[in-house]
Design a protein. Structure first.
Length: 461
């Protein structure tokens, strides 16, 4: 019997976790944190609905925290198997998880000192020691290489175009009488996205588990360079500082690449860019290591140096250097994380810049409900930062073209060549987006589509 359980990203975008069971073998695909509303974040603290030491192995799609952010907690609770991923994902996971541990430890310490936590004492989800044990379990594999996960489970990665090292996962469950094929989309990237190659066509499968983050809408058709230039030039006219909430891995590197391209084309003035995130700095170095994976078709940037480095790029590592940016005057851009403003140095920059109308806060891509990024996108006049209500007087600008997720049309384009699966499961979406995409696939392709619920288990064969 082959069973699939959904322990995350079911009727929500974050918390990716899929459990596969067959012939006594258990394999977990992704082990991500929930983000957004408190009721979702609280799930990160609940016990796993399976014994960690019962898992044979884990396989990852990519290094974003909503796909890997609970791995140290899994290891802390007894997992000792291999964690399989692409080489770039392995390197990015190390900095992602160490940064997450530090942010949680720092936030817990700050909450305890200031007394604004409801928990006495406030605790981190995991610590650096848990991360060290996790990193030792990572095993990297090139895309296209078949990996034996244990028992009847075999898998390989294909480029998903979402992030450096990102992948969709093709899985085969090989039994004596038959082979069952599953495809997990992971996060599908955009076509012609800056810095990344287009997602590979999906291989044929019996069962498809597909993301649906933008299943009910399309991104603006305005070319990404034009959109970034418009936002930046408008912000420069205001005279203040641009603060960009960006994922340290992925969006930060895309934005640096686009800003350097626009400055080279003289479409925007020369503007100093401060990358204020130790994790983003380390990730940028890894991006440069894997420069052969970059798609630079938007740019004429050439030379021996990495396109993500230049005299206008200032790398900020220490907290003292970060605090010094409080006195920075525009025009200038500060790129900081986290992308949804749930923690990290971005909170201090928001507290400094939000009350002043000459500044511009730039949002790019998806913002989960309940996050500060979503509150700003929804036009809130105050947001809570470190226990205090901070007025929103700065301009709020959007760069939706920077989204790393395929929109509705791009998802349908990606799925177009796929032969009809026996069953499709839509995940990684809020209910309206999932429902809209399901209706389209049922109506236009007559596919059998299911919207699984959190914790639901289905028998496949």
């Amino acid at each position: 019997m082959l069973e699939l359980s959904f322990h995350g990203a079911a009727e929500t975008v974050t918390g990716s976790k899929y459990l596969l069971e067959c012939d006594g073998t258990r394999v977990l695909l992704d082990c991500g944190q929930f983000q957004g509303l408190r009721e979702l974040r609280d799930r990160n603290w609940t016990p796993f609905p399976f014994e960690a030491d019962s898992l044979t192995s884990v396989i990852l799609t990519h290094a974003h925290i909503d796909h890997v952010g609970l791995l140290p907690r899994l290891v802390n609770q007894g997992f000792r198997g291999a964690i399989h991923c692409t080489p770039a994902t392995a390197e990015l996971c190390e900095i992602t998880l160490f940064d997450a541990a530090k942010c949680q430890e720092d936030d817990a310490d700050y909450a305890n000192r200031k007394g604004f936590s409801k928990h006495k004492p406030a605790l981190p989800l995991f610590n650096a020691d848990d991360v060290r044990r996790t990193i030792k379990l990572l095993q990297s594999h090139d895309r296209g290489e078949w990996i034996k996960l244990g028992g009847p489970f075999f898998a390989r990665h294909h480029d998903a175009g979402h992030l450096l090292g990102s992948a969709m996962i093709e899985m085969e469950v090989r039994r004596a009488d038959r082979t069952t094929r599953l495809l997990f989309s992971g996060d599908v990237g955009r076509y012609t996205a800056p810095l990344y190659h287009d997602p590979k066509p999906p291989p044929a499968c019996d069962y498809l588990i597909c993301e649906s983050t933008y299943g009910d809408r399309d991104h603006p058709v305005e070319p990404v360079l034009e959109q970034v230039a418009e936002v930046v030039n408008t912000a420069i006219k205001r005279g203040g500082v641009m603060v960009v909430a960006a994922f340290a891995i992925g969006r930060s590197q895309q934005l640096i690449y686009l800003m350097r391209t626009l400055m080279q084309q003289k479409a925007i003035p020369q503007v100093p860019i401060y990358l204020d995130s130790p994790m983003a700095v380390d990730a940028t170095n890894i991006y440069c290591t894997y420069s052969d994976e970059h798609d630079l078709s938007e740019s004429q940037l050439t030379g021996p140096n990495c396109v993500l480095r230049g005299k206008e790029i200032h790398l900020v590592r220490t907290s003292q250097e970060s605090k010094a940016l409080n006195s920075l005057r525009g025009p200038a851009m500060i790129i900081s994380s986290s992308g949804m403003m749930t923690g990290g140095r971005i909170l201090h920059h928001l507290r400094q810049r939000l009350p002043h109308e000459e500044n511009t806060i730039i949002l790019g891509g998806y913002s989960a409900p309940g996050t500060r990024a979503r509150l700003l996108a929804d036009g809130k006049k105050f947001i809570k930062l470190h226990g205090q209500d901070v007025p929103v007087r700065a301009a709020i600008a959007r760069m939706p073209a920077l989204s790393g997720h395929a929109d509705r049309s791009e998802l349908l384009r990606w799925l177009q060549p796929l032969p009809t699966p026996k069953q499709v499961f839509l995940t990684h979406g809020e209910l309206p987006s999932m429902t809209a995409l399901a209706e389209t696939l049922r109506g236009e392709r007559q596919w059998n589509v299911m919207l699984p619920k959190q914790g639901q288990k289905v028998t496949l064969e």
